[in-house]
Design a protein around this ligand. Structure first.
Ligand code: C2O
Ligand code: CU
Length: 630
């Protein structure tokens, strides 16, 4: 059974158990039968909880530590009171009824713990839940057996205070201010006004020297509002970097990429973030962390050395949910100087704008005449919020690169679909056959690419194979020196969805370890550290996790280790119920975002920072330029 199914079963059985206990309390026909039934459902719930535990402690922690003891105590209570009723040969006594209702409360507590508290349950929330269950049971007991009005009012008041107190403290915590970056560094800075003396480095110092030598690849990008007419004739009001997608930035490894960004009229402001490109932190383009948002009329110049070869992309990181959705993105391709570039080398970002998908620059099928024997490289980029699945049919092909990194020993495959996480990239290559080759996107019939020796060749139609390519068993095994450990630290992040206060308002937020941005504790590292990051998805949605400034090596997914070539990613798709373990080498100092690349999720809490000790930032969230990274 999949972990996701177990999660669903637990979520169904738990309230069912609570409901059956309530029925057992109120149904006077066959009272014993109802108790037996409720005990049965409760036992089933505990059994499923056991199987879920086998998948990982993070899936069950709050249930095992809090709910289970409460349920067991309440069940024992039911057994004892029923036994006493039997001995005294009386019909059901009020104490039995209280014990039965206590079972209902305990099971209901499980529902609250799963849906509201989640992982990890701390002593405070555990205490509140236990207090409420015990208090409610005591209240029931007083009502049913004693009927003392004063006691009832007193207990009810205590319960109300506990509940209001916990909601209030959650609200206060949300309102508390957060210092981004190393808080000690920031404190030193404020105290001494001297950054060099105390060893703290502002992000603005983490840039390449102004006199860095090399061939300069200069690009000007102007962000603007623009009416774009797509090839189908549909008009969209977009925000662009000059075109939709933005101009492809192409460089050769070793060059100095210098991009001059100007904002013409995007009122919310823009930045440029180099997705997957491990630039120096000062050029990472995160509003409120590494720079201020670039407002209309303003500009910012990014400069970095193109050290990594491969397929990457850029997008705004100021209000990026809105900005990216409206079109503020483009591809970044860096080619090796020496090796030959394929005869046909096409970048194909897939993007949804105004409910319309565009592949490359077209919302229709693109045709290209390619002579048989030509080498072809397709660079597939998913710039959407959800995973997209591509099919390449009519040829066998090799998966040359994942998230920009070359795959070791790629072998030809066919009949497999390519699932690309939000933000991810897959490069494929093949030698053009004498017949047609078709690229299709699952669920999006309108777009595609048709390559054929004859540009007029009829379209064979969209085709996406059912079987999905598995990077974990592809390519040839190769050790990655220095990545196997020892780990300076192992951090665990449990992804979930829970009601939380977020930016001052109640929200059904996307949480990491039960918290929301910017209150999620940062991962703090020292330069050179090797760390293990474990990500557990307890929710029912996919979370493409994206650490900025670093690539991670996949160690395992659900305990399965790669049997193919090393899998290096910058965006790893943690699907519901999955547990990923990745290794990250801290070799790029800064204050980095680490977030879900479904930007709806990021904008609703699922973001955090990876910070290097001693690095500080002069920028703030909000502020005069209204910095809002997502
Ligand atoms: Cu594609 Cu935070 O980025
Ligand atoms: Cu997500």
């Amino acid at each position: 059974m999949t972990t996701q199914l177990l999660l669903v079963l637990v979520l169904v059985l738990n309230p069912t158990a609570a409901g059956t206990w309530v029925l057992a309390a109120v149904r006077t026909d066959r009272p014993l039968l109802w108790v037996v039934l409720a005990t049965g459902v409760t036992t089933a719930w505990i059994a499923v909880l056991g199987s879920l535990w086998a998948r990982g402690w993070w899936f069950v922690q709050e249930q095992v530590l809090v709910t289970l003891p409460l349920v067991v105590v309440a069940l024992v209570g039911v057994g004892l009171t029923l036994n006493r009723d039997a001995r005294t040969r009386r019909p059901r006594s009020p104490s039995t009824l209280v014990a039965i209702l206590a079972c209902a409360y305990a099971c209901a507590a499980g529902v609250v713990l799963a849906l509201v508290v989640g992982y990890p349950v701390g002593p405070l929330s555990a205490g509140v839940v236990v207090a409420v269950v015990v208090g409610a049971t005591a209240l029931t007991d007083v009502l049913l057996t004693r009927g003392s009005k004063r006691l009832v009012v007193g207990l009810a008041a205590v319960l109300a205070v506990v509940l209001v107190g916990s909601v209030g403290s959650a609200w206060l915590a949300d309102r508390s201010t957060v210092i981004v970056g190393d808080p000690h560094g920031a404190h030193d800075m404020a105290g001494m006004g001297d950054t060099a003396a105390n060893g703290s480095t502002p992000v603005t110092d983490l840039r390449i020297p102004a006199d860095t030598q090399g061939v300069v690849r200069r690009v000007d990008l102007v962000a603007r509002q623009q009416q774009v007419t797509l090839p189908s004739g549909k008009r969209v009001s977009a925000w662009t970097f000059g075109s939709l997608p933005g101009p492809a930035i192409e460089a050769t490894v070793g060059e100095v990429v210098e991009v001059h960004l100007t904002n013409r009229d995007v009122a919310a402001g823009v930045t440029l973030h180099w997705h997957g490109y491990d630039v120096p932190n000062g050029d990472d383009g995160v509003a409120g962390v590494t720079q201020n948002a670039v407002l209309p009329g303003k500009s910012f110049t990014y400069r970095f050395v193109a050290r990594q070869v491969g397929t990457y992309w850029y997008h705004t990181h100021q209000d990026s949910l809105e900005g990216l959705r409206r079109g503020l993105y483009g591809v970044l391709v860096v080619r090796p100087s020496a090796s030959p570039v394929a005869d046909v080398d096409v970048s194909l970002p897939l993007h949804t704008i105004s409910g319309r998908e565009i592949l490359g620059a077209s919302d229709l099928l693109t045709r290209q005449a390619v002579p048989a024997g030509a080498s072809v490289r397709l660079r597939l980029v998913n710039t959407d919020q959800v995973p997209q699945t591509f099919g390449l049919t009519g040829t066998s092909y090799r998966v040359l690169a994942l998230d920009g990194t070359d795959v070791s020993g790629p072998t030809p495959i066919s009949g497999q679909a390519l699932r690309i996480p939000a933000g991810g990239r897959v490069d494929v290559g093949f030698t053009m056959p004498a017949s047609r080759v078709r690229l299709s996107v699952s669920g999006v019939e309108a777009v595609g690419v048709l390559l054929a020796p004859d540009a007029e060749a009829p379209d064979p139609g969209a085709d996406v194979p059912d079987r999905v390519f598995d990077p974990m068993s592809y390519g040839s095994l190769r050790a990655e020196p220095g990545m196997a450990g020892p780990f300076a630290q192992t951090v665990t992040f449990v992804l979930d969805r829970q009601p939380r206060f977020f930016q001052g308002a109640p929200s059904y937020a996307y949480t990491i370890n039960g918290q929301v941005y910017p209150h999620i504790p940062s991962i703090t590292v020292d330069q050179g550290d090797l760390i293990k990051i474990r990500v557990v998805n307890r929710s029912f949605e996919t979370h493409p996790m994206h650490p900025h400034g670093h690539h991670v090596l996949v160690l395992s997914v659900d305990g399965r280790v790669p049997t193919g070539g090393p899998v290096w990613l910058d965006t790893f798709d943690v699907q519901p119920g999955q547990v990923w373990e990745v290794a990250l080498r801290a070799n790029n100092p800064g204050i980095w975002m680490d977030h879900c690349h479904n930007l709806d999720h990021a904008a609703n809490g699922m973001m955090m920072h990876l910070i290097y000790r001693g690095v500080t930032t002069p920028f703030v969230l909000g502020g005069a330029t209204d910095n809002d990274p997502e």
